[in-house]
Design a protein around this ligand. Structure first.
Ligand SMILES: [Fe+2]
Length: 224
């Protein structure tokens, strides 16, 4: 540390001043979670689909032909229209979200599920930071604990100057690391950036994701 000479009057005055710096929190980000009802039943249904799509013998893969932000295997975006059990789970999600919208008094007259798909990550696979761009998104963590992976929320606009040491969960930092239990569903704004840590184990990490859009009466569509 620099030693200040006692005879320097300007520096002495500076030392005697106390500058109070105030913090002003601007935004907070909420995400929501719940335990999926009938988790064991839905896990079995989802595992069956993964088994079928993952086995070349069945010759029934609905996966995309290119790698997306999800650098792993997955089913088609409209999996709820391809498997009756996934249409049923989509109806469960809509019921849950509708009751949540009502209890939180969100300005959402009607909500539709637009996409639903299943992801499975084998060793060294992960999801890079991305967002879904829809009004609302949901991730159902079917089998994640044994692969010891984290779900990360990424803040895209932050630089590094204000990062605090040993603190990954402050609003001033760029990543929030969430360890989620099997059977949990997380819901969040579809514009929220998120990713996963890589699966470094031999255990398959399985999740289901779904997107939702809100619809409003015609008159409101023209109000900006
Ligand atoms: Fe995602």
């Amino acid at each position: 540390m620099t030693k200040i000479r006692q005879e320097d009057p300007c520096l002495l005055i500076l030392l005697q001043m106390t500058i109070k710096i105030s913090k002003h929190e601007l935004f907070t980000e909420e995400i929501y979670s719940f335990d999926m009802p009938n988790f064991k039943f839905w896990k079995k249904e989802i595992n069956e689909i993964v088994k079928i799509e993952n086995n070349a013998v069945h010759n029934h893969s609905t996966d995309l032909e290119f790698l997306s932000n999800i650098q792993a295997r997955r089913t088609a975006w409209d999996t709820h229209l391809r498997y009756p059990s996934m249409l049923n789970i989509s109806k469960e999600f809509i019921k849950i979200i509708e009751s949540f919208v009502k209890s939180e008094n969100f300005d959402v007259p009607s909500i539709n599920l637009t996409e639903l798909w299943i992801n499975w990550y084998v060793k060294n696979q992960m999801a890079v930071p991305h967002c879904h761009g829809t009004a609302f998104s949901l991730v159902f963590f079917v089998d994640v604990e044994k692969s010891n992976t984290s779900f990360l929320i990424n803040k895209e606009y932050k630089k590094f100057f204000l990062m605090k040491k040993n603190n990954t969960n402050s609003f001033n930092n760029t990543i929030v690391d969430i360890k989620v239990k099997d059977g949990t569903c997380l819901m969040f704004d579809g514009g929220l950036n998120h990713s996963t840590t890589p699966n470094l184990t031999d255990h398959k990490r399985i999740t289901l994701a779904a997107n939702f859009e809100a619809s409003y009466p015609t008159l409101k569509k023209n109000v900006y």
